[in-house]
Design a protein around this ligand. Structure first.
Ligand SMILES: [Zn+2]
Length: 185
């Protein structure tokens, strides 16, 4: 279940198709994130927020352009002419200060969300398309979502695993067991 809390901060529509998912860390609680995104003065937003307990909130509709990533600053992601980070992405903010230290429930919820968005928008579920904010701004956002980006490899792997497991109908409790195991790898 995804709770809807609309943010007033977005550009209506999109100038480019959705190609990638950008993951962020909010550097605070889910409540303070929601307060920021709904504060008329903040001028920032993302499409989704994911909390420590696996809570999911949608702030901006996918068809609209959320304001989460600013301009590229020494990016490692290969932008094409006419592309900006926000124009080609779905933005997901995660509660906390370092995604590599996220609780299992949060990682599971994030992986499920990534999986469903990849399916919906035909985004390949790999590290070229599931990226961190630091990969579009390696200068002033180098720790967003974490100084340790191997957590994104795990999330990508978990998103692929859930897909395979759901397709062969393994009980959800077993899927969670395997996820917990994989997070320790
Ligand atoms: Zn960020």
């Amino acid at each position: 279940m995804i709770k809807q809390i609309p943010s007033p901060h977005f550009t209506k529509g999109r100038i480019n198709p959705i190609k990638i998912i950008i993951i962020h860390i909010s550097t605070g609680s889910l409540t303070s994130l929601t307060n920021t995104f709904t504060n008329p003065a903040s001028k920032v937003s993302s499409h989704y927020g994911v909390g420590f307990k696996g809570e999911k909130i949608q702030y901006v509709q996918d068809v609209n352009t959320a304001w989460h990533s600013g301009n590229p600053n020494k990016p490692t992601y290969p932008f094409k002419p006419g592309e900006t980070p926000n124009s080609i992405s779905i933005g997901i903010e995660c509660e906390g200060t370092d995604l590599s230290k996220a609780p299992v429930a949060q990682i599971n919820a994030l992986s499920e969300l990534v999986k469903s968005l990849c399916g919906k928008y035909n985004i390949p579920c790999d590290r070229a398309h599931i990226i961190g904010h630091s990969e579009v701004n390696s200068i002033t956002r180098k720790n967003c979502p974490s100084p340790d980006l191997s957590i994104l490899d795990k999330i990508v792997k978990l998103s692929q695993v859930t897909e395979e497991m759901v397709s062969v109908q393994i009980p959800k409790s077993k899927v969670e067991m395997v996820m917990k195991f994989m997070l320790q790898l």
